[in-house]
Design a protein around this ligand. Structure first.
Ligand code: GLN
Length: 193
């Protein structure tokens, strides 16, 4: 909840939970204590501006990012969805630890804001086509051995999975289709049971 497209994710999570007929509690995480107290069953890293997220999340007043990365490295089962800037943080944590999602990513790789676009993507992980919203999106330049491609835009990989963590270069929360949020909740239920 430091910055970026977080409220749209909350709406998508609530509608996914309604459709799955489960109750859901959403925690708004702004600092390390929020995360420790919440001890969540799943985590979303929203899109926005990764530089701003790094500055605010590493700042002494928050320390959310170091705690988040520590928690994710300790628990590779924990379902995580990083979208756009969130995908950048997962693939390139820029701390002393390893990648959370095993891919290399280039920021702003389609160009400036005016090069943002919408296009249907082939989301194998949810077995369907999905409306992809790409806003000053990053691009995966390569995938490591720990990751599998899960979403394609034509030939291009726009979604990657490492364990229960997915990194998407587009914004699923900005479409009416909440399948990715359902995937996150369903995976959390599987891990918990
Ligand atoms: N351009 C942003 C960055 O580099 C990502 C854009 C987004 O999250 N929509 O962090």
């Amino acid at each position: 909840m430091l910055q970026g497209a977080r409220h749209a994710h909350m709406r998508a999570l609530n509608s996914a939970a309604d459709e799955l007929k489960i109750s859901l509690e959403i925690f708004e995480l702004r600092n390390d204590r929020d995360l420790i107290n919440a001890n969540p069953h799943a985590i979303i890293l929203p899109g926005g501006e990764s530089t701003t997220m790094r500055l605010t999340g590493n700042d002494i007043s928050s320390r959310l990012l170091p705690e988040l990365f520590r928690m994710l490295r300790r628990n590779s089962e924990l379902p995580v969805m990083g979208t756009c800037a969130g995908a950048i943080l997962l693939s390139d944590p820029q701390d002393d630890g390893g990648k959370i999602v095993d891919a290399n990513v280039d920021r702003n790789a389609y160009g400036r804001q005016s090069e943002s676009f919408q296009s249907v993507v082939n989301a194998k992980i949810i077995s369907r086509e999905f409306p992809g919203v790409f806003i000053r999106a990053p691009r995966f330049s390569s995938l490591g051995s720990e990751s599998t491609p899960i979403v394609f835009h034509g030939e291009e990989i726009v979604g990657v999975r490492t364990k229960n963590r997915i990194a998407l270069t587009f914004h699923p929360e900005l479409s009416k289709d909440n399948s990715f949020h359902k995937w996150l909740i369903s995976t959390a239920l599987e891990v918990k049971s």
